[in-house]
Write a protein that binds this ligand. Structure first.
Ligand SMILES: Cc1cc2nc3c(=O)[nH]c(=O)nc-3n(C[C@H](O)[C@H](O)[C@H](O)COP(=O)(O)OP(=O)(O)OC[C@H]3O[C@@H](n4cnc5c(N)ncnc54)[C@H](O)[C@@H]3O)c2cc1C
Length: 532
């Protein structure tokens, strides 16, 4: 059995940052285990995300259990399965969240997680060279963040329309205040995706004290009494064990981290016993507190020719886009998934916005094999509450690590989420029907004229909404009986074991979750090193 100081399970947004920082000290011997592949050709091309969304070569391809809020549908739960994890297949929008998100975590009793605490970490992880104030933005970190090209008239038209319904233009929503409409800041540089594999791992691959194993599925953390001493994993059908002299850091993400704990005998005793798994440590919160953004997609036809990606991504136009990309990293293929977004207040009197709207200048048809670019020219605008209160859960249904866990979202189980979802849809409609949009010859496809009342809109949400792939919370940080880790991300009751990824978030951040997940990885590594 090989011995390391630290073993990191999962090389995603958080895990890659953890491994990078821990191995910066040549005295630390680090093993980084990743179940997926070293890379995928489409993962460096920003719009290549569409080719990876339903692709088993880079994606775990989970799906949720059917439930009432989805009209009995299973929701697609994409998760990156390669170095870089979900940061290597995501939509590339860079959103930190609000100061209030982190202050709330601190108010829940999590020392070291207030906005004042995490701001320096956000600054340290990024290199944002294109604007913003030095008070809020970092210039020398590993992740390059850029502002997408906004010269396209479709974007200035939407900004003008938003202005007509009282939403201000706020180019740096990661700065002093989040509210307003803006081009999405992007983890894209020179037309290439800035995944954590590229930014945190590529520059350090030759460190002699870091070993990266891909195709390595961890199936248990090894326990000696209440101390974690290593990891068991499978590579090419062979089972191996590695010992951690100091710590194991589980960074498998919101679906896989609770799965790994449960497979290891850490979780709800009844559930584990029913599957024949020996209970090593009772921890009822494992797999609970699942939260995600449940987002209806409003759909719009655009009559004016030549301005949407539907027009640009077909036939000769697509060939032109491929040439632009190949010889300059520009055009449609270098775009953020949703290049424009607005952080909006649902009502007056709120301290910070509570709704998110995101625009994709393209209509997609959802097919069982994934999204297909529609023949009709149009636009999609998704709209949802940012801090949903509905909570679901994720639990294993088998002791076999290759069997996917059952994912139950319980969307809309909190009445406020349904109310705010309707409000978000109505705000999207008000922008898209604003006078400034008239030159685009716009027509509403969905929810459409036939769905006017709140009940009709919610019925449409249930039959059509998808997530925006932001599951968090299943190994929640805190000090209550349902908390899984403490505020130094140590698993309650087990020495030498931490969880560091999106699963530790007690509540969802206001926006997309890649930047906060990297921040969690950075902060985890700093705490591990401090505690050593
Ligand atoms: C399609 C999609 C679009 C998204 N768009 C955006 C966006 O535009 N902007 C944004 O901010 N966020 C976006 N997100 C969300 C964001 O990417 C994630 O929240 C973030 O990457 C989560 O980081 P993580 O470290 O928690 O997990 P991940 O990055 O998912 O990393 C977990 C890693 O652990 C590995 N792993 C899991 N289990 C094991 C095991 N047992 N053994 C070994 N390895 C294991 C996985 O293969 C994976 O590489 C998107 C996500 C998806 C899937």
């Amino acid at each position: 059995m090989q011995t390391y100081d630290y073993i990191v399970v999962g090389a995603g947004s958080a895990g890659a940052a953890v491994a990078h920082r821990l191995s910066a000290d040549a005295r630390n011997k680090v093993l980084l285990l990743e179940a997926g592949a070293p890379s995928h050709p489409w993962s460096r091309v920003p719009m290549g995300a569409g080719k990876l969304l339903y692709n088993p070569a880079a994606n775990w391809l989970y799906s949720s259990e059917p439930e009432a809020s989805t009209g009995g549908r299973r929701i697609h739960v994409a998760r990156g399965k390669l170095l870089g994890g979900s940061s290597a297949i995501n939509g590339n929008a860079f959103v930190r969240g609000q100061a209030q998100d982190f202050d709330h975590w601190a108010q829940l009793g999590n020392r070291g997680w207030s906005y004042a605490d995490v701001l320096p970490v956000f600054k340290r992880l990024e290199s944002y060279e294109s604007g913003g104030s030095d008070e809020f933005r970092g210039r020398g970190g590993p992740i390059r963040v850029t502002n997408p090209d906004h010269s396209d008239p479709i974007f200035s038209t939407i900004i003008a329309a938003a202005g007509q319904v009282g939403i201000r233009h706020n180019p740096d929503y990661n700065g002093a205040k989040q509210d307003g409409i803006a081009m999405s800041q992007a983890t894209i540089f020179n037309g290439r995706r800035q995944s954590t594999a590229h930014c945190y791992l590529d520059p350090i691959r030759n460190r002699p004290n870091l070993q990266i194993e891909t195709g390595a599925l961890a199936d248990a953390v090894l326990l000696e009494g209440t101390r974690c001493i290593g990891v068991r994993y499978t590579v090419n059908g062979a089972t191996k064990e590695a010992r951690a002299g100091r710590e194991v850091i589980v960074s498998g993400g919101t679906i896989n981290s609770p799965q790994l704990l449960e497979l290891s005998g850490i979780g709800q005793p009844d559930r584990l016993q029913a599957l024949g798994i020996q209970v090593r440590h009772a921890l009822p919160g494992v797999g609970e507190n699942l939260r995600d953004h449940y987002a209806p997609r409003t759909r719009w036809g655009i009559g004016t020719k030549g301005i949407t990606y539907n027009d640009r991504a077909r036939g000769l136009m697509l060939a032109w886009q491929a040439l632009r990309y190949a010889f300059g990293g520009k055009g449609f293929l270098s775009s953020v998934g949703a290049p424009m977004r607005a952080f909006v207040f649902s009502r007056e009197g709120l301290e910070a916005p509570d709704l998110l709207l995101g625009w994709v200048p393209m209509l997609l048809e959802l097919t069982p094999k994934g999204p297909k670019i529609s023949r009709q020219s149009g636009m999609t605008c998704y709209a949802h509450p940012m801090r949903p209160e509905s909570k679901g859960h994720i639990h294993i249904t088998s002791a076999d690590p290759r069997k996917p866990p059952a994912i139950n979202f319980n969307f809309l189980s909190a009445a406020i989420d349904a109310e705010l979802t309707v409000r978000a849809v109505r705000i999207a409609q008000s922008i898209m029907h604003a006078p400034a949009m008239a030159p685009l010859n716009i027509s509403e496809i969905a929810p459409g004229a036939g769905r006017k009342t709140d009940e009709e809109i919610i019925a449409w949400v249930k039959e059509s909404a998808e997530t925006t792939y932001h599951p968090v919370g299943t190994c929640k940080m805190g000090h209550d009986p349902m908390a899984v880790v403490d505020d130094r991300l140590r698993v309650h009751g087990i020495a030498g074991l931490r969880v560091a990824d999106a699963s530790i978030m007690p509540t969802l951040t206001s926006g997309n979750t890649n930047a906060p997940s990297i921040m969690i990885g950075e902060k985890a590594a700093a705490m591990v090193l401090e505690d050593a």
